[in-house]
Design a protein. Structure first.
Length: 153
């Protein structure tokens, strides 16, 4: 079953890879690793999930934002492997940044929205190391931003 089909079964759509918002590249391939720049919760049809966790957004909103950020990471992976998902060896690392109120402490539960999607799609190849960090603000007032390192063959 293709990744696109698995996503369809989950009711999700793989968006096109987004261009960078500044003077950087969206991904870089080096020595069998793909370093993916931070991806936000930008919806396939435009718009984004914005705001602060614990100040207008709850854990479920944040987990959905993380899931959408993961979809944008997948779009960059697809571009890096020219659509050949067999080249993806493993998701190595995620770093999730959560736009959070000072007293919000459930950053891991938010970033689980991305982690669980990768495991659902890739099984053991989707299990990864991770950080989940609360920050005072993010670009475009995004609720979440996630970067990734993946291994390819």
């Amino acid at each position: 079953m293709t990744i696109e089909r698995k996503l369809e079964d989950l009711g999700l759509v793989l968006p096109d890879a987004k261009p960078p918002l500044g003077a950087y590249v969206p991904y870089l391939v080096r020595d069998g690793l793909v370093f993916i720049s931070g991806q936000g919760p930008v919806l396939a049809g435009g718009g984004a999930i914005c705001g602060r966790l614990g100040d207008g957004l709850d854990i479920e909103d944040g987990a959905r934002a993380a899931q959408i950020s993961a979809l944008n990471i997948l779009a960059q992976i697809r571009a890096a492997v020219s659509g050949d998902w067999q080249k993806l060896t493993r998701i190595i690392r995620l770093c999730g940044y959560v736009n959070a109120a000072p007293d919000f402490t459930h950053h891991p539960a938010v970033v689980n929205g991305a982690s669980e999607l990768f495991v659902d799609l890739f099984g053991e190849r989707g299990r990864h190391t991770r950080a989940a960090v609360g920050v005072a603000s993010l670009p475009m007032d995004w609720a979440v931003e996630i970067d990734a390192i993946v291994e390819i063959s």
